[in-house]
Design a protein around this ligand. Sequence first.
Ligand code: HEC
Length: 142
Amino acid sequence: MFRTITSSFLLAIFAGAVYAHGNVVPSAVDVEGLPPLEEWGEENPYRDAEGETREKIIETGQRGYGQNCVNCHGLEAVSGGIAPDLRMLEPGFDDQYFITMVREGGKGMPSFEEMMEPESVWAIKTWLETKYEDAMAEKYGN
Ligand code: HEC
């Protein structure tokens, strides 16, 4: 009990320090049921998952996005202009760029390396990929 209070207190202070200019509080994503990953890697390891595993990955990714990315990158990943539209990242081709940005951050983009696990980040990417084709069609026509 005491430990729980202490660590959430510390997390609140830490989050306050890092995100003093935004209302972003990073939160851990429950990745239970996802195939475990030993390392970050450079390519989406979940892309070819099928069946229930794939459903679980996508559901986790949607939740993880809602917990950590939605404030800046927009509802349903449709950018409101503050940050880039993540639906447009090409599956495969942009994987390495995606994972580097999430781990290291950028201008106005926090680094998530210490706050998230590879499982939740690649789950988010897998969820984003379900929107790629529609987003491209929306932007460039069929
Ligand atoms: C505090 C706001 C904020 C949060 C929270 C945030 N981002 Fe970003 N993100 C940005 C901004 C601003 C950029 C543009 C950075 C740049 O160009 O250097 C960006 C860029 C990116 C890029 C590069 C996209 C491109 O097309 O160039 C990726 C990938 C990305 N973010 C993923 C994520 C993911 C995944 C999350 C959640 C885990 C997240 N971001 C959370 C603000 C945010």
